[in-house]
Ligand binder design. Structure first.
Ligand SMILES: [Mg+2]
Length: 400
């Protein structure tokens, strides 16, 4: 169950909230008052004059002489948008922000806790209004495309529910180009094959769209039938991380070999952190077992970029956490890589270590990875040299 929430005339509504005396006047935000530029947003009074966003400002002014033209204040809108997102987060962590004023909420798994989607949608609308004084329109359905289409149907301050089992029927007579993501180009391709409405889509074999547009093409075919397969992609704060993984020979149990792999991955991770001038303090270590993963997050005392510090964290955990089970894969991820800050000046690693790394990284950059390595990694050539996504049961691909 997906809710699409779309703020009504967002930029204009924020401006009017700041200046309530403008509420019954035609207001646009955008361009410049001298008539250049375009309309970024128009309130509903202005829309009665036929003014739309993306319209040249000169044309908008021609349509309505009393038009109030306000400059864009993006920081303010972003601030309000953040407040509204925070409200949505009370309902579900699965939120995909499309722009400052639009978001998808996946509430499939919230229903037991919060009630049916229509109830959640109504509550969200109310909370948005209470917290920001702004109105939004929501669409509720079983997939993203139908939910987004539904939200447009009753603007402003609307709520439209299209039960998933009715989506195909509701979309049947809707022109395909009204669906979000179907532009004029794709529309022309479809029209040339007799597909104008969503209902026409079934006449076209899905493979024809697939051949021309690949997976997005196949998605379009499904979208038209209210079956958009695209999940809500929640935008948790960009979890930047740097990781390395290694697929091992299946069911590896040799502790010495595991340590060698651990050192190898630590080595590559350290090298990459240094190459990007980053340090990290939290590391995720993961071992893939026959079924599931054995995982831990370990913290180093200080932020670092030193493979030996990373390796020792992993080794200590192996001693504690690994009971000799067969291992299929090993992963190390630096979870919080960031630029070293002033504080780190007091925590600098030993100058000899800095020089050693500089020399080693320089030589490896010039003569190829692993030209200079810890002696324990010299024997690694006897092991399959693979990176995780490339491993196939039939054999190993050489890693880069
Ligand atoms: Mg909007």
């Amino acid at each position: 169950m997906i809710i699409h929430a779309d703020m009504d005339a967002f930029y204009a509504s924020v401006e009017i909230r700041e200046r309530p005396e403008l509420s019954d006047k035609p207001v646009v935000v955008g361009g410049s008052a001298q008539g250049r530029g375009v309309v970024s947003a128009a309130n509903y009074v202005a829309r009665r004059f036929g003014i739309r966003s993306a319209m040249p400002m000169a044309q908008a002014i021609k349509r309505c002489a009393e038009l109030v033209v306000l400059p864009v204040r993006m920081e303010l809108y972003a601030q309000v948008s953040t407040q509204i997102q925070a409200i949505f987060h009370r309902y579900t962590p699965l939120i995909e922000t499309l722009s400052l004023d639009e978001a998808f909420l996946d509430v499939t798994r919230c229903q037991r806790l919060m009630g049916p989607p229509a109830h959640i949608a109504e509550l969200a609308k109310l909370m948005v209004f209470k917290a920001s004084g702004l109105q939004c329109s929501v669409g509720v359905s079983g997939d993203k495309t139908t939910a987004k289409y539904a939200a447009k149907l009753n603007k402003p301050d609307g709520m439209t529910i299209i039960p998933p089992w009715e989506a195909e029927e509701v979309l049947r007579n809707v022109p395909v180009i009204e669906l979000c993501g179907i532009n004029q180009g794709i529309g022309a391709f479809l029209a040339a094959r007799g597909v104008y409405t969503c209902g026409d889509m079934k006449q076209l074999p899905i493979g024809e769209l697939g051949r021309r547009f690949g997976n997005p093409g196949r998605r379009i075919w499904l979208m038209a039938q209210g079956l958009d397969p695209e999940p809500v992609r929640s935008c948790l704060p960009a979890a930047k991380s740097i990781g390395h993984g290694k697929v091992l020979a299946p069911d590896t149990r040799d502790p010495a070999m595991l340590r060698t792999y651990l050192l190898h991955m630590s080595h590559r991770l350290g090298e990459r952190l240094r190459a990007n001038r980053l340090v990290a303090q939290q590391y995720l270590f993961g071992l893939r077992l026959y079924r599931g993963w054995l995982r831990t997050i370990e913290r180093s005392l200080l932020p670092c970029d030193d493979e030996m510090v990373i390796y020792r964290l992993g080794e200590r955990w192996l001693e504690r956490g690994w009971r000799g089970q067969g291992i299929w894969q090993l992963r190390i991820v630096a979870l919080d890589p960031r630029s070293p800050c002033q504080d780190d000046l007091f925590q600098r690693k030993h100058p000899r270590r800095v020089r050693a790394h500089r020399a080693m990284d320089g030589i490896n950059a010039r003569y190829g990875a692993m030209t200079l390595t810890p002696a324990r990694l010299l024997g690694r050539s006897s092991m399959p040299d693979v990176i995780s996504p490339a491993w196939k049961p039939g054999g190993h691909r050489k890693s880069v």
